[in-house]
Design a protein around this ligand. Structure first.
Ligand SMILES: Cc1cc2nc3c(=O)[nH]c(=O)nc-3n(C[C@H](O)[C@H](O)[C@H](O)COP(=O)(O)OP(=O)(O)OC[C@H]3O[C@@H](n4cnc5c(N)ncnc54)[C@H](O)[C@@H]3O)c2cc1C
Length: 517
């Protein structure tokens, strides 16, 4: 009989560690598998990274799966609702100062390729405005649902903005309240191995030895197990995605009743871009940039100028700025022997499009749903996990680079280097050539589990002002009529939503009041 897998040891208590613990425990409860034990070991001395405030709609599914109430998230994590990203200054074309990439797919997307019609008929509205009512909801600063809607239900698709430190704390409390998760505070000092190279146990500075059958490396940038112990190197992406440093700052609202932005605002700068995330009680702002193109002083000056411009009453001298360096890249293997890396230990590239937490959610879901019952099955699950994650990483790199590749900005070497096709992945070069004659469609993102569907490529391409060389036949007669019906339906829906939905601030306030009652 192959060795049964009964005890999962997660090392690290950041967002990655706690999401994995909650998901694995919830999945084994669902299976009625009370033989599975989950232990989370966390250093009491090494703080979590404490950034990562923007999520995808997938987070709703993850929270529901682990049985966490949305109201608790809103109340305890200063959370708000995110409906996508507004990109300012990215296009570099004066006629396009900004565009949005909303979370909702274009209406009837499986049936109709809206880009064909938008391009052929040179519609005057922005692409997103034509294809989804969510654009109007975002532009009016409205919430994605009414206050009386059930938790996690929505009128238009949404994820969250939240305080990352508070979120890890909420998950911790939630995990240990439920049966099946044990918490141990201690620094891992040593790794003990079996003769076949599997990890047998981690030894802590408290003298305790924690043995297990599967080890999950959630130690963040330290990558204690996958990097230090197994020596799996990062595949560096510095030549493709240049950003390697962020400076982060928390900025209070001038007035507690100030509007909360329903999207992450991403403003392009000469050497990177600034994120601006509206939480309930403050904004999280940061400049992610390339240290090879700009020194820290230059980046700091740009960030302070942004804060002054967007929050005139705030004294930047009283704010606390924090520099966070990172090596852009991912591991060549994520699951080795009986150890799997999840979170920053697996890799990280800049937070454009906020794709890190969704990878954590996906990794945790695979580990939870396909938890190998014995050691022999583990090798198969591991191989498939590695293939899937490599695919996701390659697609993320391609999609992020698209944002830079098609910009018309030329104000620095940073943008010129980004626009140079030599720095693009081969797959992107190919697709951008093809899209000169036909808009992206299902063949461009063929898998069921794509992180970025072809619609995301359309939002970015046509939001940025990408022009095809040839105009695809846009259909006439029946097809054109159907497209008009769909676009008309979108306008009607947008008008109705504009009348019915509260502002984001009103929705967050209503949730706080009903929980205080
Ligand atoms: C600037 C920036 C912005 C980001 N923005 C976003 C975003 O908007 N959206 C998004 O999805 N993601 C974002 N991310 C990524 C996101 O922050 C991370 O994916 C997420 O926080 C998960 O981190 P983690 O749990 O892997 O690591 P960490 O939070 O660093 O946790 C590591 C854990 O390991 C423990 N540990 C370390 N060494 C030991 C040891 N020897 N023994 C025991 N325990 C140990 C620590 O105590 C800690 O608990 C951003 C990242 C950065 C850098």
């Amino acid at each position: 009989m192959s060795q049964p897998i009964r005890k999962i040891v997660i090392v690290g208590g950041g967002t990655a560690g706690w999401i994995t613990a909650c998901v694995v425990a919830a999945e084994s409860r669902k299976r009625g598998d009370d033989a599975v034990e989950v232990v989370l070991v966390e250093s009491p001395d090494i703080p979590i990274i404490g950034v990562g405030e923007g999520t995808w709609p997938s987070m709703r599914m993850t929270l529901r799966k682990i049985g966490l109430a949305e109201d608790d998230l809103i109340r305890e994590c200063g959370a708000s609702f995110k409906q996508g990203t507004r990109f300012r200054g990215w296009s570099g074309r004066p006629e396009i100062p900004e565009y949005i990439h909303p979370f909702s797919l274009p209406a009837e997307y499986s049936e109709l390729n809206p880009a064909k019609f938008w391009l052929a008929h040179e519609e005057r509205s922005a692409f997103a405005d034509l294809v989804t009512p969510q654009a109007r909801v975002i532009n009016l600063g409205l919430a994605p649902k009414q206050a009386g809607a059930p938790q996690y239900a929505f009128t238009v698709n949404y994820g969250y903005h939240f305080d990352a430190g508070a979120f890890a704390g909420l998950l911790h409390r939630h995990a240990v309240r439920n049966p099946g998760v044990q918490y141990i505070a201690g620094n891992v000092e040593r790794v003990e191995s079996h003769p076949n190279g599997d990890i047998a146990a981690v030894a802590l500075d408290t003298g305790e030895r924690v043995a297990g059958d599967l080890f999950v490396d959630c130690t963040g940038q330290k990558a204690l197990l996958i990097g230090d112990h197994y020596g799996k190197a990062l595949i560096s992406l510095k030549d493709v995605l240049f950003n390697d440093t962020a400076i982060a700052v928390q900025v209070p609202y001038a007035d507690p009743g100030d509007p909360i932005a329903p999207v992450t605002v991403s403003t392009a700068q000469s050497h990177g871009w600034i994120w601006d995330i509206g939480l309930n009680s403050r904004r999280g702002i940061g400049y992610v940039h390339s240290s090879a193109h700009a020194g820290e002083d230059t980046a700091m000056a740009a960030l302070k100028a942004y804060v002054k411009e967007t929050s005139p009453g705030v004294d930047t001298g009283r704010l606390s700025f924090r520099a966070i360096p990172f090596e852009p890249g991912y591991r060549d293997r994520f699951w080795v022997n009986n150890c799997v890396a999840v979170g920053l230990s697996a890799g990280f590239i800049e937070p454009l499009e906020a794709s890190a937490l969704v990878l954590i959610e996906q990794s945790a879901a695979i580990i939870g749903e396909q938890l190998p019952r014995d050691r022999e099955i583990m090798d198969v699950v591991a191989g498939r996990f590695n293939d899937k994650m490599r695919y996701h990483w390659r697609r993320i790199v391609e999609f992020l680079k698209l944002h830079y590749a098609i910009s018309a900005r030329e104000d620095s070497d940073y943008w010129k280097d980004n626009r140079s096709p030599e720095t693009w992945p081969e797959s992107l070069r190919e697709k951008l050539t093809l899209w000169r004659q036909q808009p992206p469609w299902h063949d461009d993102a063929p898998r069921m589990d794509e992180l970025f569907p072809s619609a995301s490529y359309q939002y970015v391409l046509y939001g940025m002002g990408f022009k095809p060389r040839y105009t695809a036949a846009a259909g006439a007669g029946v097809e054109r009529k159907r497209a008009d019906e769909i676009f008309h339906g979108t306008r009607i829906k947008a008008e109705r939503m504009a009348r019915l939905l509260p502002t984001t601030r009103e929705l967050v306030g209503a949730i706080a009041r009903r929980n205080a009652a």
